[in-house]
Write a protein that binds this ligand. Structure first.
Ligand code: TYD
Ligand code: MG
Length: 454
């Protein structure tokens, strides 16, 4: 085997060195050196041998093959993928260790193996026996799944090329190394190089590749998001260790929407799909306690009823504390300022904590009215009626603005058993089908507080 020469390069200024350095002598940044493959002079390509081999094509001249997507058998997973597995796509499944990434992919393979040929599961973390034990627990359809305990990328690609499977999993990218680099598996250089080669393999062979990536302490997959722009689809598997449900979220998708989520529940027989997540997130809601309101929110195309809680109490320190979990911190501060100025609530000397129940994160503006409702409920110590839900965006002058897809939100609310919805007046005028709910349109935060706390 010919030994490829490598060098180390500072990722912030590009300074090159034959040896690894802790601090860049040029720009002074720390820990920025990453191993790179040196390219022989005159061959400056990204390792893809396309030099002079590709011809330009007119966009109109490309015939559209209708994308053939293979359903995985897990509807929630298909949803986040945009309808199924696309041939030749590379999907990165990221998440904290122990969250259930291997379980999810094994179950996906179980579903896929019912319809297609051989599937290759490469594991650098677990022995075949460990995987078999898990497969038995999950009652996986095991006939078509081939296990490969291998960490050398060259070996993996070799086997994959010979076997030509219908799909392939690499669990995890942090354990795989290419012989062309000297650095340890899991280092930025290795992870980048290995994923680039897997991508090339997927594109050439048309075999879809799932890559498992652990999230580092900084919350990124192996360093500064090196993987995310290489692959086609980035999914994050999230969840709280203390809770049994898991959320699969799309961060990037070249073949579908990026707003979709899939909801699963971890049981003793593996991941179970949750058809009705709203019920799950509302199941432990306290009744007749102040500082809790339900927002009819929308995740992608999917309406989701979520509980937003607030705790407002007199501060014991000079500086009041403001904390938000699951909603944007600046958004909470802004709404608190609006409540003070436009609704006359005295929040200046108060600690305010806002929390979205169940570890969910809601980034859409329709949650504004929920925060307004729950904060004012906590201040006034008046509970919000448990069968009332809210949604709407709040502007700086205290006006309540209309939001998209009001009817989809109301449909979900009615399905869960809500009786009343407090919505922006702009939405209330246009709603044709109120799903049997009592709809109350509000124009400003004062009207909202009045409606919620009466
Ligand atoms: P795993 O898929 O190994 O996580 P990852 O690959 O993301 O590191 O999941 C491991 C966790 O899931 C482990 O804590 C046990 C739990 N689990 C169950 O609760 N039920 C099951 O049926 C399985 C297979 C795992
Ligand atoms: Mg694992």
């Amino acid at each position: 085997m010919s030994k490829t020469k490598t060098y180390y390069q500072c990722q912030s200024c590009g300074h090159a060195s034959p040896k690894w350095l802790g601090k860049c002598p040029d720009c002074g940044s720390w820990n920025s050196f990453v191993e790179e493959k040196s390219v022989p002079p005159g061959r400056r390509t990204s390792g893809i041998d396309t030099l002079g081999k590709t011809a330009p094509v007119a966009l109109g001249a490309i015939d559209t093959v209708s994308e053939s997507r293979t359903p995985t058998g897990l509807q929630e997973f298909d949803r986040v993928l945009g309808g199924g597995v696309v041939p030749g796509s590379v999907v990165l499944v990221g998440g904290d260790p122990g969250i259930g990434k291997s379980t999810l992919l094994l179950q996906t393979f179980s579903g896929l193996s019912k319809k297609s040929g051989k599937l290759l599961y490469v594991s650098g973390e677990e022995s075949p026996r460990q995987i078999k034990m898990r497969a038995d627990r999950l009652t996986v359809n095991a006939d078509n799944i081939i296990l490969l305990p291998e960490t050398s990328l060259e070996g993996i690609l070799d086997t994959a090329a010979k076997l030509s499977p219908e799909a392939m999993v690499v669990d995890s990218i942090q354990t795989v190394y290419t012989q062309e680099m000297l650095s340890a598996p899991g280092s930025v250089g290795q992870v980048r190089e290995c994923s680039a080669k897997l991508m090339l393999f997927a594109k050439r062979s048309g075999i879809p590749v799932f890559i498992v990536g652990h999230v580092t302490k900084e919350g990124t997959i192996a360093g500064p998001r090196v993987l995310e722009h290489i692959v086609d689809t980035v999914l994050y598997f999230e969840g709280d260790r203390g809770h049994s449900y898991r959320i699969l979220r799309t961060m990037k998708n070249r073949f579908g929407s990026t707003n979709e989520i899939g909801v699963f529940e971890m049981s003793d027989a593996g991941l179970r799909e949750v058809d009705n997540p709203s019920e799950l997130f509302l199941s432990e809601r306290p009744r007749n306690v102040s500082g809790s309101a339900v927002v009819a929110s929308l995740e992608g195309t999917r309406p989701l009823m979520v509980e937003v809680q607030a705790l407002v109490s007199q501060t014991n320190f000079g500086m009041p504390r403001r904390t938000s979990i699951g909603v944007d911190f600046n958004r909470v501060n802004l709404l608190v300022a609006v409540l003070e100025k436009r609704a006359g609530l005295h929040l200046g000397g108060m600690d305010i904590f806002v929390n979205v129940v169940g570890g969910l994160k809601i980034m859409e503006p329709a949650v504004d009215l929920g925060i307004v409702a729950t904060v004012s409920s906590s201040v006034r110590e008046v509970p919000v009626d448990p069968r009332t839900c809210v949604f709407g965006e709040v502007g700086l002058s205290g006006e309540v603005r209309a939001v998209a897809q009001a009817e989809a939100r109301l449909r979900e609310a009615a399905k869960i058993g809500f009786k009343k919805a407090i919505v922006p007046a702009g939405n209330a005028e246009k709603i044709k089908n109120d799903q049997g709910l009592e709809i109350m349109g509000v124009r400003d935060v004062e009207a909202c507080i009045e409606a919620v706390l009466s």
